[in-house]
Design a protein around this ligand. Structure first.
Ligand code: IDC
Length: 475
């Protein structure tokens, strides 16, 4: 049996009832992530994490609260072992909104586990990574990172042996998640063949741990989730199917497939994504990236970004030469900054950390000057804060975050708030609430799980993005 660890509000405790089948627990804003106190690096006591399980297509904690995780994948651990350390993972948690670290262990390629890599050293590195992630209060995924060895059956025996060993070592540890094949690919790889591999590998894990969450890759670099949806694994227990995307390459068709699989109620987990091209390099497609994140938020799907690396390529979150023991905000690449914004709502540019390009506005925004506060008769104090703003196709987009505190000693329920704005705006996206605009007034109604606010409690993960001809702000 898994332990029932003491509660640390690291994950999104959205308070939805267990019988709600399809929910939208958007993993969007910083505050819900940061509700756990930032622990100090090197802390002695690792935080306990709640055991996860799958209910229908939704990841849940042990109190049946929907969980949407966001996090970062290491680079190949054999290639960048120096980034597998606690202070780096702590930085990712404290500054970058990370709740889960994925340890990518290549099985082939240079120093691959099955192609001449030092297996003992790799397993030690995995163990170091598991301990470090937990010490930093995060879940951790042990990823059997097949890639050039596209058919997982190719090293099936070694995979079974590896997962037998891992699951014996971490049996009952609620932080540990197993990903049994990164990206099945190649002409001979079908869902039927992956399924047969998966059932064998899963069995090896289940003998030691009947409840651990297991992630299963789908063919064609994790893009055939619709095939899996039509032919589910049998007796897999807590299992989810992985979908990967690189937003500059994978767009409408792949988003459509995700929606098709969602309608079929396939439990999905995005265990790797980027907004570069599929090569891991090239330009960042932020527009397509936002569309993907919006979709994942809407569907309550967990996501992990590639990669904790300082290699000179656009999918690295750190600039070349970053000190892996002491990364800082000034080490973030454009991609790292984008992720910080997507995961925490914090704008790294505004804090003056980013090197400005020539045509960029120099002036850091002073958010507090534009913050709108409101005290309601019902004892609610609300603060609406503008975050990132950007231009696209001639329009201005601005992100807003709302924090609502119940200052009374009674629960408040059934609330709504209205903020007059300086100009006309439409709502492009929203999370954890329903937002409408009428006569330049933005009205915010909470999602069902936020309608009731307990005394002293703050709800801080409601937000939205406006789309307008020019800049708008609350009056
Ligand atoms: C890429 C790395 C790149 C490395 C290559 C090795 O970014 O530096 O040379 O692997 O083959 C994936 C894979 C992931 C890839 C990534 C980017 O899971 O291993 O990393 N990618 O190509 N799937 C889609 C993209």
């Amino acid at each position: 049996m898994r332990q029932s660890p003491s509660f640390i509000p690291l994950i999104f405790a959205l308070g939805l009832s267990a019988c709600t089948s399809r929910t939208s627990p958007a993993a969007q804003t910083p505050d819900s992530v940061q509700s756990s106190p930032a622990s100090e690096s090197g802390s002695q006591e690792p935080e306990s994490l709640r055991a996860l399980h799958v209910e229908g297509d939704q990841l849940m904690d042990d109190q049946n609260n929907p969980v949407v995780l966001q996090g970062y994948s290491t680079f190949g651990i054999a290639w960048k072992p120096e980034f597998v350390n606690e202070s780096c993972f702590q930085f990712l948690k404290d500054e970058m909104g990370s709740q889960v670290i994925r340890l990518a262990m290549y099985t082939a390629d240079s120093q691959g586990y099955c192609t001449g890599g030092n297996q003992e050293q790799l397993k030690e590195l995995i163990d170091k990574g598991v301990q470090a992630a937990q010490a930093a209060g995060q879940y951790v995924i042990i990823d059997w990172h097949i890639l050039s060895d596209g058919n997982p059956a190719q090293h099936q025996q070694q995979a079974v042996e590896f997962f037998r060993e891992m699951s014996a070592r971490y049996a009952g540890n609620p932080a540990v998640i197993y990903e049994i094949c990164n990206e099945p690919n190649g002409a001979d790889v079908t869902w039927a063949s992956v399924k047969s591999y998966a059932e064998t590998a899963i069995q090896a894990i289940r003998r030691n741990d009947s409840e651990a969450l297991i992630l299963v890759g789908t063919p064609q670099w994790c893009q055939q989730e619709t095939e899996a949806a039509a032919d589910l694994l049998e007796n897999a227990g807590n299992a989810m199917y992985t979908v990967h995307f690189y937003a500059a390459t994978h767009k409408d068709q792949q988003r459509k497939d995700l929606e098709t699989a969602r309608k079929a109620e396939l439990p999905m987990f995005v265990s790797e994504f980027g907004i570069t091209e599929a090569s891991g390099n090239g330009t960042l497609d932020t527009q397509s990236g936002r569309e993907w994140i919006s979709l994942l938020n809407q569907d309550g799907i967990s996501r992990i970004a590639w990669a904790i690396s300082d290699k000179e390529e656009s999918s690295s979150i750190f600039k070349p030469g970053t000190n892996p023991e002491h990364p800082s905000l000034s080490d973030l690449t454009e991609w790292g900054q984008w992720l910080r914004w997507a995961y925490t709502g914090k704008d790294t540019i505004a804090s003056g950390q980013k090197q400005k390009s020539d045509n960029e506005v120099e002036e850091p925004r002073n958010s507090s000057a534009e913050t709108a506060s409101q005290s309601g008769e019902n004892g609610l104090e609300a603060v609406l804060t503008p975050g990132n703003t950007w231009q696209s196709e001639g329009l201005t987009f601005t992100q807003f975050g709302l924090a609502v505190t119940n200052t009374t000693d009674q629960p408040v329920s059934g609330w709504a708030l209205s903020f007059p704005f300086t100009g006309e705006a439409a709502i492009d996206q929203s999370w954890n609430g329903s937002i409408t605009v009428n006569d330049n007034t933005v009205t915010i109604k909470p999602a069902p799980y936020h309608t009731r606010i307990e005394p002293g409690q703050t709800v801080s993960d409601i937000g939205f993005i406006t789309k307008s001809d020019g800049p708008v702000k609350p009056q």
